[in-house]
Design a protein around this ligand. Structure first.
Ligand SMILES: [Zn+2]
Length: 106
């Protein structure tokens, strides 16, 4: 399971839930005969790690760099998404404040 890129994120209610470290796809309800690589490719066909379908120790430097670039891209997008959400929230708060201020003046 770990070799296929999955990290355990389960709990008492979901004892077999795992999530891909790269694409963040979570899967549960595993059968003993399930192939983690096959399930990963089937449920996350765009995942770079699933597409490669190789254990970490078999990856080339180029493949490792591609995965690193994907992780970096995701971190940058998340950072700016959070910044954009914060700015939008601050804008709305300031806008509401200005509207109430203008209403109090009229
Ligand atoms: Zn994945």
């Amino acid at each position: 399971m770990a070799e296929a890129g999955f990290v355990f994120i389960g709990n008492k209610l979901e004892p077999d839930t795992v999530k891909c470290f790269l694409c963040h796809k979570s899967l549960d309800g595993w059968d003993a005969t399930d192939d983690p690589w096959k399930e990963h490719r089937q449920h996350a066909p765009k995942c770079l790690f699933a597409k490669l379908s190789k254990p970490q120790e078999s990856l080339t430097v180029r493949e490792l760099l591609d995965i690193k670039n994907e992780l970096t891209s995701q971190a940058i997008i998340k950072f700016f998404d959070n910044k954009a959400a914060t700015i939008k929230e601050e804008y709305n708060e300031n806008n509401d404040h200005l509207i109430s201020l203008m209403e109090s003046l009229s």
